[in-house]
Ligand binder design. Structure first.
Ligand SMILES: *Cc1c(COP(=O)(O)O)cnc(C)c1O
Length: 366
């Protein structure tokens, strides 16, 4: 066990009392008052009309692609540098993931490269607000309109982040969130799809419940799934949502402290925040230049761990791993590759104290 973890959920008395209430009510599966309350409140927090809770963030992406009719023969643009679930969801519907390199300034997928990768087969674009920083939405929305693509936002790492003053999750036709234990708020496992489109909302509600016709019990119109969230998870979610703005404020304050303490260290690139962005710093990140810092990324991770400090390396570019290589033949993802080799996620829990941040920073200084 590390003394200072990367992430640690903050679960208190309100969460416990909600879960106890859900258990005592007998509504322990996927019916119950907390589900509807959580869906309404989370959608309204994000500024979107409809919320459809699901069992995790990965199936949220699958459900979104399924509801949009993405299928075999279609291409879906995804970032090369992100969590693997994004590419997997595309493969679950039989479509082809087409990888897009990152922008060097803010690490999310680069809109200029997106445009170059669009073909006649391209049906959708999944943009991921990586490590808490929003994507550059104006050009992405414009491209989606111009080429008639479904824009899906993956907000699993960016609850409450903003682009030009508007919360992420409000730009895509569907946006997907995760409430896994290490995300900004958690329901244990869990996820949600948000949309302003009533037809898509109905399609997702049906697909997550075995494809059952809502007016005719045990009549199944389509082959669906059991992707429902439980009332126990939603009970946690309702209490966590009340604290989301507080968690974001703490994360931003911790990022500010990391930033000011590390600002003078040559060889470190700090977690960016573009002028148009409100970064929620899901995980506070740095990039390591081994020549200037005289220690490479992996050795630095080992050094920190000997001081009881947990960190994580950035994701591998998805296209580099065996099941996905064939979708990215001969392509060059130099920015994603460089980020992947040099990036570290530092301790970022909302429980992190200033003293602990000082300890981490002491280990990062040469
Ligand atoms: C965590 C995560 C997911 C998957 O969420 P789960 O709830 O773990 O299935 C999807 N996309 C991104 C970018 C994530 O970080």
């Amino acid at each position: 066990m590390y003394q200072i973890p990367v992430a640690d959920p903050q679960i208190g008395e309100e969460e416990l009392s909600n879960v106890v209430e859900a258990v005592n009510s007998g509504w322990v599966s996927s019916k119950g008052a907390f589900i509807e309350e959580f869906e309404k409140k989370f959608a309204s927090y994000t500024g979107v009309r409809r919320g459809i809770t699901v069992s995790n963030g990965t199936v949220a992406l699958h459900l979104a692609l399924k509801a949009l009719g993405i299928k075999r023969g279609d291409e879906v643009l995804v970032p090369a540098l992100t969590f693997v679930a994004v590419a997997n969801a595309v493969l679950y519907v039989g479509a082809k993931p087409v990888f897009v390199d990152s922008n060097a300034d803010y690490w999310c997928l680069d809109p200029q490269i997106v445009e170059k990768k669009i073909t006649k087969k391209t049906k959708a674009l999944i943009c991921v607000h990586l490590y808490g920083h929003p994507c550059d939405m104006d050009p992405l929305v414009k491209l989606a309109k111009a080429y008639n693509l479904h824009l899906i936002e993956d907000c699993a790492e960016a609850h409450g982040a903003e682009y030009k003053g508007k919360k992420v999750g409000g730009f895509g036709v569907i946006s997907c969130f995760s409430f896994y234990g290490n995300k900004i708020i958690t329901t244990g496992e869990g996820g949600i799809c948000l949309t302003n489109d009533e037809t898509l909302a109905r399609a997702m509600i049906k697909l997550r419940d075995h494809g059952m016709n809502p007016e005719k019990r045990y009549w199944h119109d389509v082959v669906g799934y059991n992707y429902r969230m439980t009332n126990l998870q939603a009970a946690l979610g309702v209490a966590q949502l009340k604290k989301l703005d507080l968690f974001i404020a703490i994360k931003r304050q911790n990022a500010k402290l990391y930033g000011s303490l590390l600002a003078g260290v040559s060889g470190l690139t700090l977690h960016p925040e573009m002028p148009w962005a409100k970064n929620v710093y899901w995980l506070y990140c740095i990039l390591v230049d081994k020549r200037q810092l005289k220690i490479d990324r992996d050795a630095l991770i080992t050094k920190l761990s000997t001081y009881g400090i947990e960190t994580r390396p950035f994701f591998y570019p998805i296209n580099r791993m065996p099941p996905y290589r064939k979708y990215a033949a001969n392509d060059n993802f130099s920015v994603a590759q460089k980020l992947s080799l040099t990036g570290i996620n530092l301790p970022s829990s909302v429980k992190l104290t200033a003293d602990e941040i000082y300890r981490v920073v002491d280990c990062l200084r040469p």
